[in-house]
Unconditional design. Structure first.
Length: 483
């Protein structure tokens, strides 16, 4: 979770500017972070331009959408910093500015300097991701990834950027030993599975401890998506069905739906797109509420999870936040120590009735270390099997939106389009853990999954974590396709 698009939004942008991250980093610990700065609903416009957006190296044209309009404003505003507070409040959601003040946002923008869009990633009316060149005197890298998502009234509700200085960008590994070494440079505990899934099962190609469960941050939302697919297939829900936002389903950032008024109607299709594309926690909880907790727990078994009990009861993001915010740390420890029946009772009697603290509570989270058994867990093998299940399910015409949601953003992977025709992504960043799950298909029709988790239980991950993991995963796909 995050807001100023998390400290590390693993995708485009793959990790946020640290100036933005300190206020919201802990949100990632709970509902995870994930990623992506581009999405889908149906097959929205997804234009991946090459390194420059216009002939002769000119600026790339931002889309003519509500999100594109705010992106154009932001780009222009970076050329006349600082932005006056009144102007900023006219463009940025006031609740977002309660987490990141105008002064802090100006400081962060000044650290990257004037921006020029050079490549558009993917866009929907409510979100856009783009790569921009910089012209900063503050030592900023030459390129940054920028992501903007807007609320229904067009105000910016989520803003992020990522930048890895050239000096710290890792050289891509060329061997499996190199892939392993790069992942282990991220964190001491590593899980990895590289598998060929062309035949409808996970055929291992390379692995590190793939059967051991680990925290998966926002990658847990794959299981909510699987439960949704089952509900649509059975007729319980439909893609165009309208769901209603209420205080009981609103969560904390990341996302933008938490800023919408109570009573706002959101289609199932748009909720799924928000959940996957910008890891919108309120969209996630809205879907879990519509599905019911038992349906999501059933999806754990249906997709082949080896030990579903580790995620039972299946937490909403709201519940996860409350476990860390109410009576810290006693409540979280009571939950972790209880058996399944005890955990369900604690949720029903203590957690669920409690009001969600205001956005300012997010600022207290960085001091709170993760508690074992509070969150969402899966092995790399579990995640691979979930992708296989989703692949087979998305082939049904009525369930094609599942693939569209997952395909709209490639999580910053940027595989060679001459070789690869499709990439699915879901991942998350949780301060001490980074998880990434990709499925990519070659133009010849072979499909591969790379599922990786890196965790350091003693300290936050380094700023270079996302870039190193991404380089290792990109190399893993290249090596897998050669085998």
């Amino acid at each position: 979770m995050t807001t100023a698009r998390r400290s590390q939004r693993f995708s485009r942008p793959s990790s946020c500017c640290r100036a933005l991250s300190s206020l919201v980093a802990a949100a990632l610990l709970l509902a995870g972070c994930t990623a992506s700065q581009s999405t889908p609903t149906s097959k929205a416009t997804a234009t991946a331009t090459a390194a420059s957006g216009a002939p002769g190296g000119g600026a790339a044209a931002l889309p003519d959408t509500p999100a594109g309009a705010q992106a154009r404003w932001l780009v222009a505003a970076t050329r006349r910093l600082p932005i006056p507070e009144a102007e900023m409040r006219a463009h940025v959601n006031p609740s977002f500015l309660s987490l990141l003040t105008p002064a802090q946002l100006n400081q962060a923008l000044q650290s990257v300097g004037p921006l020029t869009p050079v490549a558009i990633g993917a866009s929907l009316p409510w979100m856009v991701g783009f790569e921009a060149s910089t012209d900063s005197t503050q030592g900023a890298p030459p390129r940054v990834g920028v992501g903007i998502a807007v609320t229904s009234n067009g105000s910016i509700g989520d803003l992020s950027w990522s930048a890895t200085p050239p000096s710290s960008a890792p050289a891509p590994p060329t061997t499996w030993d190199g892939v392993d070494a790069m992942l282990r440079s991220v964190a001491p505990q590593v899980r990895l599975l590289v598998a060929d899934v062309t035949s409808g099962s996970c055929r291992p190609i390379h692995a590190i401890d793939p059967a051991t469960a680990a925290p998966i941050a926002s990658a847990f939302k794959l299981y909510v998506l699987a439960a949704l697919a089952t509900a649509v297939r059975s007729g319980r829900l439909s893609w165009d069905q309208q769901l209603t936002l209420t205080p009981r389903v609103k969560s904390l950032p990341s996302g933008v739906l938490q800023y919408e008024p109570d009573g706002t109607r959101v289609s199932v299709r748009d909720a799924a797109a928000h959940m996957i594309a910008i890891s919108d926690n309120t969209a996630t909880d809205l879907l879990i509420s519509a599905l019911g907790r038992p349906a999501v727990e059933a999806a754990l078994t249906a997709t082949g999870m080896a030990d579903p009990s580790q995620d039972e009861p299946f937490l909403t993001t709201r519940e996860s936040f409350l476990l860390y915010l109410l009576g810290w740390p006693d409540l979280a420890r009571r939950y972790a120590a209880a058996d399944q029946a005890g955990r369900r009772a604690l949720l029903a009697t203590v957690v669920d009735p409690a009001p969600l603290p205001g956005l300012a509570a997010v600022k207290t989270l960085p001091t709170r270390a993760p508690v074992a058994r509070v969150g969402w867990f899966a092995s790399a093998q579990d995640v691979c099997r979930a992708y296989v299940w989703l692949t087979q399910t998305a082939r049904q015409p009525a369930l094609a939106p599942i693939g569209n949601v997952l395909e709209a953003d490639d999580g910053g992977l940027a595989l060679d389009r001459a070789t690869w025709r499709r990439t699915w992504f879901k991942g998350g960043f949780g301060g001490t853990v980074i998880a990434a799950a990709y499925l990519a298909t070659t133009r010849s029709g072979r499909s591969y999954v790379v599922a990786a988790v890196a965790e350091d239980r003693s300290r936050p991950l380094p700023e270079t974590a996302a870039a190193s993991m991404l380089a290792a995963i990109r190399a893993a796909f290249t090596l897998a396709a050669r085998d």
